[in-house]
Write a protein that binds this ligand. Structure first.
Ligand SMILES: *Cc1c(COP(=O)(O)O)cnc(C)c1O
Length: 394
């Protein structure tokens, strides 16, 4: 071949690095497409035997999926661009048809509820929001005979702890698929599949990533459940990009040590808050006085998580907003699972898309604040929260 001209050289020079070394940290595979020296290998890659095109399978997403499957104790995992995309994929893959019934947690995540409501209306599926942590939940499931139950390990924002074991038995009896959104507890504190769930959802945006720098979501379960979702993702295209997958895997490396520290901090903060006369109720499943404590001891392992909620005595929405403006360390931000403490007014944020009647029925009051306890010193966090409550109520 004659000498190449500069325009060609600029494109083709230095596209490969020959090396036997293995990086300790995986590379970020930004290449949306790969080529093969061997045409048979290219051909096989199009049947899913190798990485060839990121929408079909991306290297970084695949590494994250493998790590999350391992933590969840699952055969397989599929990752999406957000927790909501994962939830939508799960609903879409559920094969619910007109006349079927579906059950969701009555006090679950607001956006999930809106999505499920829309989905059920479009498909003419009967939707039943139930208090799934209540003693009669399994009996009610047997009577309703749903095809799909979407529960939450710990509900948002009231932190009710679910016992998936009784629900799983009821679901098996009526042939329902039990999916558990375990975002609030992470795979470190609970592995819902081992407690009888068929599928487990994570918004990796929260504890798994842990640093608020990438959105993502996963669904994990048996190969039989997950492979159809993976096939659907190729067509729907809602993949997790390489940068987000890489950051999320980096966050996941420290998830177990972070969860232990978040749990210890949250318990210390909840104990301090419980002593304040300015607060009406402090909700934390790790407190012995909490109504969820007994169940939490049975279904959570290694801590009670980083989420605490409290009601400011006599506060309306304006006072709660003032509280959000008075905190100095905690960030008023509508998310959770960060290394920093985040606070949020439940009724106007996570439960924003619920009607006032739905909020009242779920027990979400106007004076409820949700805290995602960070890794600061717990005394500093408690001091910050209590002084902001004091300032808001002056
Ligand atoms: C945040 C959250 C979601 C949605 O996840 P995104 O990554 O924000 O799309 C779903 N379920 C729960 C319990 C959540 O907290």
């Amino acid at each position: 071949m004659p000498a190449l001209k500069p325009r060609t050289v600029a494109l083709h020079a230095s596209t490969r690095l020959e090396s036997k070394s293995q990086p300790v940290v995986p590379a970020i595979h930004v290449s949306a497409v790969s080529f093969f020296d061997d045409a048979d290998a290219l051909d096989a890659s199009l049947d899913g035997k190798d990485f060839v095109y990121t929408r079909i399978a991306g290297q970084n997403a695949a590494l994250l999926e493998e790590a999350i499957a391992a933590l969840e104790g699952a055969e397989a995992c599929v990752a999406y661009g957000s927790g909501m995309a994962a939830t939508r994929a799960l609903l879409h893959g559920s094969k619910l048809v007109r006349g079927d019934a579906m059950v969701i947690a009555a006090d679950g995540y607001g956006a999930t509820r809106s999505l499920v409501k829309q989905f059920c209306a479009e498909r003419e599926v009967a939707l039943h929001p139930l208090a799934l942590h209540a003693a009669d939940a399994a009996d009610r499931l047997r009577a309703l005979k749903p095809k799909l139950v979407l529960a939450e390990s710990m509900t948002n924002p009231l932190l009710s702890v679910l016992d998936p074991r009784g629900l799983a038995r009821a679901c098996r009896d009526v042939g329902a698929v039990l999916a558990v959104d375990a975002t609030f507890v992470s795979p470190v504190l609970q592995r819902p599949l081992a407690l009888g769930a068929d599928l487990v959802l994570q918004s990796t945006t929260k504890w798994i990533n842990g640093h608020s720098d990438a959105t993502g979501g996963t669904v994990s379960g048996s190969r039989e459940h997950i492979e159809p979702l993976r096939a659907a993702r190729i067509l729907h295209g809602d993949v997790l990009g390489p940068f987000e997958a890489w950051l999320t895997l980096r966050g996941l490396r420290t998830l177990p040590v972070r969860m232990a520290a978040h749990s210890a901090n949250a318990l210390a903060v909840a104990r301090r808050l419980s002593q304040s006369k300015l607060l009406e109720r402090v909700l934390y499943p790790g407190l012995e006085s909490d109504p969820n404590h007994r169940v939490a001891r049975e279904v959570l392992d290694g801590g009670f998580g980083g989420m605490v909620a409290f009601e400011i005595r006599g506060a309306d929405r304006a006072r709660c907003f003032r509280f959000l403006e008075r905190v100095k360390l905690a960030r008023p931000a509508p998310s959770l699972g960060d290394v920093m403490t985040l606070v949020m007014h439940a009724a106007s944020a996570s439960a924003r898309r619920m009607t006032p009647e739905e909020r009242a029925a779920a027990g979400i009051r106007e004076n409820l604040i949700r805290v995602s306890v960070g890794l600061e010193d717990p005394d500093d966090i408690a001091d910050d929260l209590l002084s902001a409550v004091g300032a808001a109520m002056e």
